[in-house]
Design a protein around this ligand. Structure first.
Ligand SMILES: [Zn+2]
Length: 101
Protein backbone atom coordinates (compact mmCIF):
# COMPACT_ATOMS: atom_id res chain seq x y z
CA UNK A 1 0.00 0.00 0.00
CA UNK A 2 1.20 3.47 -0.75
CA UNK A 3 -1.03 6.10 0.73
CA UNK A 4 -0.87 9.49 -0.92
CA UNK A 5 1.43 11.61 1.16
CA UNK A 6 -1.12 14.26 1.96
CA UNK A 7 -4.84 14.58 1.79
CA UNK A 8 -6.37 17.59 0.12
CA UNK A 9 -5.75 19.30 -3.19
CA UNK A 10 -3.07 17.77 -5.37
CA UNK A 11 -1.44 21.13 -5.90
CA UNK A 12 1.33 20.60 -3.40
CA UNK A 13 2.66 23.29 -1.14
CA UNK A 14 1.81 26.86 -1.91
CA UNK A 15 4.58 28.84 -3.57
CA UNK A 16 6.58 31.30 -1.60
CA UNK A 17 6.03 34.99 -1.74
CA UNK A 18 2.83 36.89 -2.28
CA UNK A 19 -0.05 34.72 -3.38
CA UNK A 20 -3.01 35.99 -5.35
CA UNK A 21 -6.22 34.44 -6.54
CA UNK A 22 -6.89 34.30 -10.24
CA UNK A 23 -10.10 36.21 -10.91
CA UNK A 24 -10.92 33.82 -13.74
CA UNK A 25 -10.71 30.42 -12.11
CA UNK A 26 -10.03 31.26 -8.49
CA UNK A 27 -6.78 29.32 -8.31
CA UNK A 28 -4.30 30.62 -5.80
CA UNK A 29 -0.84 31.08 -7.22
CA UNK A 30 2.32 32.97 -6.64
CA UNK A 31 1.95 36.55 -7.79
CA UNK A 32 4.98 36.07 -10.01
CA UNK A 33 3.17 33.39 -12.02
CA UNK A 34 0.12 35.50 -12.65
CA UNK A 35 -0.53 38.26 -15.14
CA UNK A 36 -1.72 41.49 -13.67
CA UNK A 37 -4.54 43.53 -15.07
CA UNK A 38 -5.21 47.02 -13.79
CA UNK A 39 -7.05 50.20 -14.62
CA UNK A 40 -5.42 52.78 -16.83
CA UNK A 41 -5.89 56.49 -16.05
CA UNK A 42 -9.19 56.49 -17.92
CA UNK A 43 -10.49 53.60 -15.89
CA UNK A 44 -10.24 51.08 -18.67
CA UNK A 45 -9.21 47.55 -17.80
CA UNK A 46 -5.83 46.82 -19.39
CA UNK A 47 -3.22 44.09 -19.21
CA UNK A 48 -0.45 45.39 -17.00
CA UNK A 49 2.47 43.16 -17.87
CA UNK A 50 5.09 45.49 -16.48
CA UNK A 51 3.06 45.96 -13.32
CA UNK A 52 3.56 49.66 -13.28
CA UNK A 53 0.00 50.89 -13.07
CA UNK A 54 -0.95 52.13 -9.64
CA UNK A 55 -3.96 51.08 -7.69
CA UNK A 56 -5.77 47.85 -7.45
CA UNK A 57 -4.89 44.99 -9.71
CA UNK A 58 -6.55 41.75 -10.62
CA UNK A 59 -4.62 38.63 -11.46
CA UNK A 60 -5.07 35.94 -14.08
CA UNK A 61 -3.16 32.72 -14.62
CA UNK A 62 -3.94 32.14 -18.29
CA UNK A 63 -5.68 33.38 -21.40
CA UNK A 64 -8.58 31.04 -20.72
CA UNK A 65 -9.02 32.72 -17.37
CA UNK A 66 -9.21 36.09 -19.10
CA UNK A 67 -12.26 34.82 -20.98
CA UNK A 68 -13.71 33.32 -17.84
CA UNK A 69 -13.21 36.53 -15.93
CA UNK A 70 -14.93 38.50 -18.68
CA UNK A 71 -17.87 36.12 -18.64
CA UNK A 72 -18.15 36.28 -14.89
CA UNK A 73 -17.79 40.04 -14.91
CA UNK A 74 -15.07 39.43 -12.39
CA UNK A 75 -13.34 42.71 -13.18
CA UNK A 76 -16.26 44.71 -11.92
CA UNK A 77 -15.87 42.98 -8.61
CA UNK A 78 -12.10 43.04 -8.57
CA UNK A 79 -12.01 46.78 -9.12
CA UNK A 80 -15.00 47.44 -6.91
CA UNK A 81 -17.10 48.93 -9.65
CA UNK A 82 -14.39 51.29 -10.82
CA UNK A 83 -13.73 49.45 -14.04
CA UNK A 84 -15.14 51.88 -16.57
CA UNK A 85 -14.58 50.04 -19.80
CA UNK A 86 -13.61 46.52 -20.69
CA UNK A 87 -12.59 45.75 -24.25
CA UNK A 88 -12.28 41.98 -24.57
CA UNK A 89 -10.66 42.22 -27.99
CA UNK A 90 -8.03 44.67 -26.86
CA UNK A 91 -7.37 42.70 -23.72
CA UNK A 92 -6.93 39.52 -25.71
CA UNK A 93 -4.51 41.18 -28.10
CA UNK A 94 -2.51 42.76 -25.31
CA UNK A 95 -2.38 39.40 -23.63
CA UNK A 96 -0.99 37.65 -26.66
CA UNK A 97 1.46 40.30 -27.72
CA UNK A 98 4.89 39.63 -26.34
CA UNK A 99 3.80 36.88 -24.01
CA UNK A 100 6.72 35.00 -22.63
CA UNK A 101 10.37 35.25 -23.43
ZN1 LIG B 1 -6.96 31.14 -13.60
Amino acid sequence: MSPKSRSGPSQGPLPEGPVRSCVGCGARRSQAELTRVALDPEGEVVVDKERRLPGRGAYLCGAGCLTAALKRKAFGRAFRGRAGKVDPLKLGQAWESGSGP
